[in-house]
Design a protein around this ligand. Structure first.
Ligand SMILES: [Zn+2]
Length: 183
């Protein structure tokens, strides 16, 4: 049996994490299955896209447990994009690794309020390999470490791109906008 692995690419929005993950997986060339959260409503396509137009088809799942049902015999690499949106992903990544699969996940690590997503924090503890992607720049030009919300936010997870969030450096990052609950 192959030795399983958990590999995680983390970073802010626009940090290059999905591109780096897909480039790695395509370089591997093994039998791959990809998954993305059904909660990610930014587009309705069953594809994980990265910059440069590369993409791989993906199955949408609402809970990480569904991944276990979809993974075929013979699959060697399981790809998961936007892992922070998937409840149960920490256990599922470990189950797949125990079966000898390589699990490759991309995710932001911090919520819009600057605190960690708990499941991503745990994922990093269990990972065999972590890449922190740092291509995103703050408007001041410094390296971005946070995702700042540009609109009032009611929940931890609200899908969105540049209209809702902006990458921001540690110096410029400020706490939530006025009128937004600090919970
Ligand atoms: Zn800045």
């Amino acid at each position: 049996m192959c030795e399983g692995r958990i590999r995680v690419w983390v970073g802010t929005m626009y940090s290059g994490k999905t591109t780096a993950l897909l480039e790695y997986v395509m370089m591997r060339g093994d039998k791959t299955q990809a998954f993305k959260p059904a909660q990610d409503t930014r587009d309705d396509r069953d594809t994980i896209f990265a910059r440069g137009g590369i993409g791989i088809s993906a199955t949408r799942v609402a809970h990480a447990g569904e991944i276990l049902e979809f993974v075929d015999e013979g699959t060697e690499v399981v790809v998961v994009d936007e892992a922070f949106m998937l409840p149960g992903i920490v256990s599922v990544a470990q189950i797949l690794r125990r079966k000898g699969l390589e699990v490759c996940l991309a995710s932001i690590a911090l919520k819009w309020d600057g605190t960690p997503f708990r499941n991503v924090a745990e994922l990093l503890c269990y990972a065999d390999h972590v890449v922190v992607c740092d291509e995103a720049k703050c408007t001041c030009g410094a390296r971005a470490s946070y995702n700042r919300a540009l609109l009032p936010m009611e929940e931890d997870i609200v899908p969105g791109d540049g209209e809702r969030y902006a990458p921001q450096c540690a110096r410029c990052f400020v706490k939530p906008l006025p009128g937004v609950s600090d919970g």
